[in-house]
Design a protein around this ligand. Structure first.
Ligand SMILES: [Zn+2]
Length: 136
């Protein structure tokens, strides 16, 4: 532990395991209603659109655009050195399908709303954190 950067890791449960471990296969996964094909995030036992209970993990493309972002300048956590970018990205698969994440691989001052980004995974223990970097 001492030689790896500290990260607050999510708690894995049956509801969210597909999301936090998809990176092992290079896939960003969300639950998807098998009746109406709606992507359901955050995870729920029931589709909010058609109330069907058959929801299964499926992979999205991993592309997204920056919906909004903020640059954090406070050193809240050791190992996560400021400044860094906390962003909400929206996936092209469905309007409103959004994820709070960190942007990596670019200077905070280079980030713009609407910027195209793609997922990149950071592996810690049994979790693959989905972060996003600019599309080259
Ligand atoms: Zn549905």
């Amino acid at each position: 532990m001492a030689d790896t950067p500290f990260r607050l890791l999510p708690r894995i449960s049956d509801d969210n395991e597909h999301f936090w471990t998809g990176g092992a296969d290079g896939e960003l996964r969300f639950l998807r209603c098998q009746s109406c094909r709606w992507w359901v995030h955050p995870p729920s036992p029931v589709c909010p659109r058609c109330l069907n209970r058959t929801l299964l993990p499926e992979a999205v493309s991993g592309r997204a655009v920056v919906h909004t972002f903020t640059v954090n300048h406070q050193p809240w956590y050791p190992g996560l050195d400021p400044p860094y970018v906390v962003a909400i990205v929206e996936l092209p698969e469905q309007t409103g399908l959004r994820l709070t994440t960190n942007l990596v691989g670019c200077a905070p001052e280079a980030v713009t709303i609407g910027m195209e980004v793609q997922v990149v995974f950071e592996h810690h223990e049994d979790v693959w954190l989905p972060l996003f970097e600019p599309v080259p």
